[in-house]
Structures are given as structure tokens and as C-alpha cells.
Design a protein around this ligand. Sequence first.
Ligand SMILES: CC(C)(COP(=O)(O)OP(=O)(O)OC[C@H]1O[C@@H](n2cnc3c(N)ncnc32)[C@H](O)[C@@H]1OP(=O)(O)O)[C@@H](O)C(=O)NCCC(=O)NCCS
Length: 218
Amino acid sequence: MLSITDIWPLFGIKVTSPNLVMRIVRDEDIPGIAEAALAGIHDPATMPFSVPWTDEPREQMIKNMAKHQWKLRTTVRPDHWTLNFVILLDGVPIGTQSIGAKLFSLTKSVSSGSWLTANHQGKGYGKEMRAAILLFAFDYLGAEVAESGAAAWNEPSLGVSRSLGYRANGLKRVVGRPGQLTHMQELRLAAEDFARPTWNIAVEGFEAARNEVLLPAP
Ligand SMILES: CC(C)(COP(=O)(O)OP(=O)(O)OC[C@H]1O[C@@H](n2cnc3c(N)ncnc32)[C@H](O)[C@@H]1OP(=O)(O)O)[C@@H](O)C(=O)NCCC(=O)NCCS
């Protein structure tokens, strides 16, 4: 009998780091991700995201979050994708980590975004999940550059980037909340500058999913 992973091989990717397990978001993960988001991600006085999705009323926020997961899934094609991973701590979703690329075969560049539920922030998990996704991007996908960005005031996010070797790559003006200007610190990490962690990731399911995201070698 066919399994969902036979039909959608990306669901088979599993990245394990010392404390965390990362899997491409499945429908069964969505309620747990919603709970992690509803428990609170950031001080409502500020907005760390360039799309202010956490400002929506609770019911709408989790509905939109689910729609976002489904949209990401349906827009994956080789060379052009955003992969969103649920972050599991002892099997429980505590946040998400994404990497995305456009024309990856040419750019060899990925961008990333992440969040953790508030009571799991500041414990090193943000750094661990970004390091894990960078190991996956550089060592499995063959990325040469990783980009990121954070509001110029977002010290925890900038701290993660700084500690992994990213360098400042300019300031960008974006409008996050309607009518509200945010200065985004752009960041860039070349593979050779990556401050690699002392540990490595274990990856399952990548070979079966390779052709979903990478173009065949010429
Ligand atoms: C951004 C986020 C994912 C970071 O994860 P985290 O688990 O809180 O961060 P960590 O505990 O892994 O800290 C990583 C690094 O940043 C540093 N750091 C964390 N908080 C900091 C702060 N308030 N000020 C300065 N440095 C800080 C840590 O010291 C650590 O660096 P080190 O390894 O050199 O000591 C998390 O805080 C979060 O979800 N925030 C809300 C949503 C958000 O801002 N998402 C990102 C949008 S761009």
C-alpha cells in the first residue's frame, strides 16, 4: 500500500540535532504548531516578522498559519521552494524553521526564517535549529550562501546569526505592521564562513526527496 511519503517524498525528510528533531510540516503537526504560536511568540508591543501574522485575532491567526503551510507545500517545485520544518522537542512542536530558494541551481543561495514559542526561547534552541538547517543546506543541498534578516532591534535573532558567522549585508526598510517602518538588518553567510557546531546532524529521507527540490545534475 502507498504511504503519504511515497506520494510526497518531502514528508520523509527528518533532520536530527542534539536536542531537536525537524520534519517538513505535516497536517498532523499543524495543531501543535498552532498551540505553540497561541502560547505566545513575542511581545505584542513589537513585531519581529515582516509579515505581521501574529497580529491577527487568535482563530484567524491559526487558520492563516495552516493556509500558509498548505501554500508552501503546493508551491514547491525543483529549483524553487520554501521548506518549512516543524521543530520538535521531545516530540512536541515548539516552533518552525524554514529555508527557501529561487533558481537554486544558479544562485546556490538559501534564505531562512524561524520562530520559537516564548517559553523555549533563550535556551540555545534557536541557534541549534538554524545551525542544523545550515548544515542541511550546505552539506546536503549544496548551498554556497545563506541569507537572513532581522529587525535591527531583534537581538536574539541577530545573536543567532552573529554566533554562526553571518556578516551584516546592509539595512533594508520594510513595512511590517501597516504604516509602520521597520529597519531590517540583512545578513549573509558564505559556506566557508560558517562557524560549524561541534556536533553534526543526522538526516533521513533526503535521497528519496532530492529530485523534489534539486534539478538533475547536467
Ligand atoms: C529568534 C529566535 C528564534 C532565537 O532563538 P533563541 O532560542 O531565543 O536564541 P538562542 O538561545 O539560541 O540564542 C542564540 C544566540 O543569541 C544570543 N542571544 C539570545 N538572546 C539575546 C539577547 N536578548 N541579546 C543578545 N544576544 C542574545 C545568545 O547569547 C546566543 O549567542 P551565543 O551562542 O553566542 O551565546 C527566538 O528568540 C524567537 O523565536 N523569537 C521570536 C520570533 C522571532 O524574532 N523570529 C525571528 C524573526 S527574524
